[in-house]
Design a protein around this ligand. Structure first.
Ligand SMILES: NC(=O)C1=CN([C@@H]2O[C@H](COP(=O)(O)OP(=O)(O)OC[C@H]3O[C@@H](n4cnc5c(N)ncnc54)[C@H](O)[C@@H]3O)[C@@H](O)[C@H]2O)C=CC1
Ligand SMILES: O=C(CO)COP(=O)(O)O
Length: 358
């Protein structure tokens, strides 16, 4: 039987390259799928060579995932339209600030029966309000879009250390196929019928990670960080429910994409690490990103800004004191110690009325 399906990957950063290792190996065991996996690389020169050329000869993304070989059936391509043109399954894994440009590039080049999955942790803001990545992808490409998010620090997964993840997919048959592309003995996938809930968790936990980094930068202890994690988790859930209450399942917050990701990101992630440096050095987040991440990108401080513009426009800041404080520390020069201001909201009596997602 010749393969009827073909998967491609849009994005080759730290997580994109790790996902490529998993998918590249898995397709070789899936008779329905073509063995070749094209991966879109935002082209750049590393040393004196193109990154695509390095990946295709050394089978390693030496800039974003050094020290881990990619399967040889993963082929780097610099033209995104070329990558998607014959793919039935499109994995989107780029920093959220670049999504619309990428979609505009591939729009008109995809197969009509293609479907996508977003591994991105971020949200979009438009004049109509807050939008999730799957909604942005669906609106531009008019295809079915699922989400994948979890307690998934890419470097640890590349080392094949056991962890879990969550796929949000509304079609059970599609969920089985996505799971087959990602699941391994060390990367355990659980599927839930809650696309938006999964991605809200992934996006909003990055703000909490920034708060956790501030606590570390202030030299405060584990109890303080646990308090920030707890309050941050409640604000995540409150905001997601406020925006899309009827569409989100509360149980999603107990999946890997929810509580587990808040924990891992507040201890091991890049957003946490650079927020600690922000406190210790007084440098801005963009400057620290430029100096310390070697091309990798932060999502947390941008998401804090996007969420602030949304809750401010709705006049509900008082219901999100932690998110508001983190925003003001990142953008308005407030002292990191102000993170504790007004953190006595009673989450047991929620008076926020749901406001529909756009
Ligand atoms: N790294 C991790 O541990 C995890 C990351 N994620 C999420 O995955 C998404 C992608 O992150 P990573 O793969 O870690 O990327 P990364 O932060 O490691 O690398 C940045 C990527 O952006 C590309 N880039 C730079 N300028 C660009 C532009 N103008 N247009 C398009 N691409 C450009 C770079 O070439 C590089 O591939 C993010 O939303 C992140 O939150 C999710 C789970 C784990
Ligand atoms: O999403 C992540 C872990 O699940 C990675 O978080 P950072 O982007 O902060 O490294």
């Amino acid at each position: 039987m010749s393969p009827t399906k073909k998967v491609c990957i849009l994005g080759s950063g730290n997580w994109g390259s790790t996902a490529a290792r998993i998918i590249g190996n898995n397709v070789l065991k899936l008779p329905d799928f073509d063995d070749s996996v094209k991966i879109w690389v935002y082209e750049e020169i590393v040393g004196r060579k193109k990154l695509t050329e390095i990946i295709n000869t050394q089978h390693e993304n030496v800039k974003y995932l050094p020290g881990h070989k990619l399967p040889e059936n993963v082929v780097a391509v610099a033209d995104a339209a070329e990558v998607v043109k014959d793919a039935t399954h499109i994995v989107v894994v780029i920093p959220h600030q670049f999504i619309q440009n990428l979609l505009d590039t591939i729009h008109g080049n995809i197969l009509p029966n293609a479907q996508a999955i977003s591994l991105i942790k971020g949200i979009g803001i438009s004049s109509q309000g807050m939008t999730t990545m799957t909604q942005i992808i669906h609106r531009t490409l008019t295809i079915s879009v699922s989400s994948l998010s979890g307690a998934n620090i890419a470097n640890e997964i590349a080392e094949e250390k056991y962890c879990e993840t969550t796929i949000g997919c509304s079609d059970p048959d599609e969920a089985i196929v996505w799971r087959s592309l990602f699941n391994t003995s060390y990367f355990q996938v659980n599927c839930v019928n809650d696309v938006i809930g999964v991605e809200f968790c992934g996006a909003l936990k990055n703000i909490v990670a920034v708060g956790a980094g501030f606590i570390d930068g202030l030299g405060l202890g584990n109890n303080t960080k646990a308090a920030i994690i707890r309050i941050g988790f409640l604000e995540m859930r409150r905001l997601a429910m406020h925006i899309s209450g009827a569409q989100i399942q509360d149980s999603t917050f107990m999946e890997s994409c929810g509580m587990a990701d808040v924990i891992t990101t507040c201890y091991g992630g890049r957003n946490r690490r650079l927020a600690e440096e922000f406190v210790k050095t007084g440098k801005s987040m963009p400057q620290l990103e430029q100096e310390l991440l070697n091309g990798q990108k932060l999502q947390g401080y941008l998401t804090a800004g996007e969420v602030h513009s949304y809750i401010n426009s709705c006049g509900v800041n008082d219901h999100f004191p932690l998110f508001t404080n983190i925003y003001e520390i990142c953008y308005q020069g407030k002292h990191p110690r102000t993170i504790f201001d007004g953190l006595n909201v009673d989450f047991s009596r929620d008076t926020l009325t749901p406001s529909p997602v756009t």
